[in-house]
Design a protein around this ligand. Structure first.
Ligand SMILES: [Zn+2]
Length: 200
C-alpha cells in the first residue's frame, strides 16, 4: 500500500501567508505533511511529492504519484480569503466515488478532532492535482491564513500535531487499517512471549 502526500506549493511558490506572522503556507503544510508521514509509516509506504522547500510543478507531482502507482493521494493546503472566512474544507474531483469516500473519512476524523472549528464541508472541484491523478485524491484546506483567530490557532504546535493525526487516521480509515494493529511478530518473538507468559 502506497500513500502519496502532497505538501502544497513550495520554493518560489509559497502559497498564501499568515496575516499574523507571515508564515508561508508552503512551509506550514510541509511540516504537517512530515508529521503525517511519520504517523503513517508504521502502517503503509509513504511517498512525498516534495521533501523540502523546492518548487515542483503540479504536472511533475501528478506524474510522480501516477508512475509510482500510489493507492491514494492527499494534498495539504491552507486557505486565504479577503473576507473574514474561516473553517475546514475538503475537495474531491467530480464524480469519483472512491475519492468521495476518502474525503469523507478525512473530514470525519477532522471534525471529530476539532468539533469547535467551522466545517465548510466536502466540495467537488476540478483542481489540477485531483483531475490528473489516477488514484483517489482529496485536497484538504485546514483553515484560513487570512483569519487572525484561525491562523493563530492553526500555527500552534499542538494544532499541527492534531491536524496530522486526523489526516493519518482518515487515510487509515479509508484503507481499512486499524491503528491498534500490532506489527506482525516473528515466530521467535511469539515463542519468547509465550515463555514469558508461562513463567508468570
Ligand atoms: Zn494552497
Amino acid at each position: 500500500m502506497l500513500v502519496a502526500l502532497d505538501a502544497g506549493h513550495g520554493g518560489s511558490d509559497s502559497g498564501c501567508r499568515s496575516v499574523v506572522d507571515g508564515t508561508f503556507e508552503s512551509h506550514y503544510v510541509l511540516q504537517v505533511t512530515k508529521l503525517v508521514e511519520k504517523l503513517l509509516k508504521p502502517h503503509v509506504d509513504v511517498m512525498l511529492t516534495r521533501e523540502d522547500d523546492t518548487f515542483v510543478s503540479l504536472r511533475e507531482r501528478c506524474r510522480d504519484a501516477n508512475a509510482r502507482k500510489a493507492d491514494l493521494l492527499v494534498s495539504l493546503h491552507t486557505n486565504f480569503a479577503t473576507s473574514s472566512a474561516q473553517g475546514y474544507e475538503v475537495f474531491t474531483s467530480r464524480g469519483t466515488t472512491r475519492a468521495d469516500k476518502l474525503a469523507l473519512k478525512l473530514a470525519s476524523r477532522h471534525i471529530e478532532t476539532f468539533p469547535a472549528q467551522r466545517n465548510r464541508g466536502i466540495k467537488e472541484a476540478n483542481f489540477y492535482m485531483l483531475k490528473h491523478t489516477f488514484m483517489p485524491a482529496a485536497l484538504v484546506e485546514f483553515g484560513f491564513f487570512s483569519n487572525i483567530d484561525e491562523v493563530t490557532w492553526l500555527t500552534m504546535d499542538k494544532t499541527k500535531a492534531k491536524l496530522a493525526e486526523a489526516v493519518a487516521s482518515g487515510i487509515l480509515d479509508f484503507l481499512n487499517i486499524s491503528q491498534t494493529d500490532q506489527p506482525a511478530l516473528t515466530l521467535e518473538e511469539r515463542v519468547a512471549r509465550l515463555e514469558d507468559h508461562l513463567r508468570l
